[in-house]
Design a protein around this ligand. Sequence first.
Ligand SMILES: NC(=O)c1ccc[n+]([C@@H]2O[C@H](COP(=O)([O-])OP(=O)(O)OC[C@H]3O[C@@H](n4cnc5c(N)ncnc54)[C@H](O)[C@@H]3O)[C@@H](O)[C@H]2O)c1
Length: 355
Amino acid sequence: MRTFHNILVTGGAGFIGSNFIRYVFTKTSFAGRMVNFDKLTYAGNPHSLADIASAYGERYHFVRGDIAESTQVAAALRDHEVDAIIHFAAESHVDRSIHGPGDFIRTNILGTFTLLQAARELWGDRKDVLFHHVSTDEVYGSLGDTGKFLETTAYDPRSPYSASKASSDHLVQAWHHTYGLPITMSNCSNNYGPYHFPEKLIPLMINNLLTGKTLPVYGDGKNVRDWLYVEDHANAIWAIVTKGSIGETYNVGGENEWQNIQLLEVLIETVARLAGRNLADLRNLITYVKDRPGHDRRYAINCHKLKTELGWAPSVTFEQGIEKTVQWYLDNQAWVAQVTSGDYRKWVDANYARR
Ligand SMILES: NC(=O)c1ccc[n+]([C@@H]2O[C@H](COP(=O)([O-])OP(=O)(O)OC[C@H]3O[C@@H](n4cnc5c(N)ncnc54)[C@H](O)[C@@H]3O)[C@@H](O)[C@H]2O)c1
């Protein structure tokens, strides 16, 4: 099992990165330091890790920085004697990538290139280090009614977001094959859980249900996604980082496919039960809207390799994960109100200096 002293997590103030940092500190035997390197875009919320910052003191350190700025990246890696990078930072919302692809190209492609170069420059030929790249199943394109994505499935990205992630995946593989950089990669299906910025499907729907707003459903509502509870993504990444074979990609998924409209019914039923709301009133909020351009029809992941080689298995069922998630949003409406308010962004800028 690999061990590290100083791990730099990029994008650790975002949804999956913050859950990953919390998971490693609270549920693994990791004894070193974690540096959270994050630009704090609209999707980055330092409050998501307030509990970790106060509980782990010196072992947790936050740096406000941009992965596309080489001097900032090099300084963070050098100053903290980083021996592993776990790379989550990205522009991650498909709809935003359709309306404004520039930031996706800059952060996801140029940012990954900048990190890879900085890692290479700092580490040279060292083999006791690791660059883990976090990616998505969306790079594989869209499936018909049958079949699942394997690690060997040919890439076929179809949105600016997935194209930028596919590009970053290829760069990471190239830096391994060409320069010998020790890397691992993971391609995961859709995540859900606590601290998810409320523009994405599940938190958006939960919040609209709680506040009585309409529930916008793209097209016929029959697009299929494979859903995974975020803590199970975190423990999969930890398994890959500590035990995975160098140079390998592992698919991560819940083997848990739902049409969007079926998923919405589960959310409606769960919110009605946990928040004491009327089912029929909640169902009346459903509104079909014009489909997303280029909307991929179906994603499904085969994660046999991760299960058999690394012994990974999800810790919760979909029903348990959804229940925990709805309860979290019920208990944390203050977090939602905070991260979506313009004043919060001003507060972040005033309190977290850019390097
Ligand atoms: N959300 C999913 O369902 C899902 C599924 C599979 C893979 N992924 C991948 O996981 C990673 C994390 O996704 P997420 O949902 O947590 O995203 P997110 O949008 O919630 O968080 C992204 C984080 O990256 C930071 N960031 C953005 N640009 C940056 C830059 N230039 N420099 C430094 N930090 C920057 C943001 O401030 C934010 O904290 C992404 O690489 C994404 O492609 C996400």
